[in-house]
Design a protein around this ligand. Sequence first.
Ligand SMILES: [Ca+2]
Length: 244
Amino acid sequence: MNNFCVASARTGLMNRYGAVRKLWIPCAGLCAFAVIAVCTFTFSGTGIAATETKPAEACNKPEEGFYVYFDADYQKNHFTPSGKMGDCGDIEMNEACEEKPHSGKSCIRVVYTAKGKGPNECDYPAPCKWAGVYWQYPPNNWGKEKAHAEKGFDLSQYKRLIFWARADKDCRIEFKAGGMIGQYGDSLKEARVKNAKLTTSWQKCEIDLDGADLSHIIGGFCWVTNWNENSDGITFYLDDIRYE
Ligand SMILES: [Ca+2]
């Protein structure tokens, strides 16, 4: 599987990983031009698709697409990270983290402590030994309440879910699109999943949605991890989550 990462810069930046192309980018005039370095990596393992980028000066305007998150105060964010799962007490999230965002003013900081702290949302005795969060629409909609039956987004026009991620140390985190299977849940019953290898640098990650039924999506994005993958806990960061 080929994966791509894009680093934008005002000046010609030769990326040691691959060829450099000059492209004009309409970014509200802020970026006169950018150099896009396309590098291709393939990670071994199960469905890993994370790509590394060199330091970039990202444009600070949203790109085309259907955003789950751009900045904390962005008016066109969709979905809410209301769906905590597993060892919920192990999860801390800050959607207005200003520590080196990939774009704009903020990114999302996720802290997973791997302590097994409750409340514990799993169907066996605690600790669950895992945790995760779904971005839902409307908030707290697990697809089980008829009142929300008509609520959801038709994202059929989009072909992939893009997001950027980094972590305090190298780690693996699982990400998903769709897969909330309640009676009134996602049309995409089987989530599209990406087990991504994150590093301390921002990386562009992609979940391929080709052929997916996106006609009714209430679970727009999700991260999950567990004691096996991150036994000492992990802090990671997300930004620019969008369907395109
Ligand atoms: Ca941002």
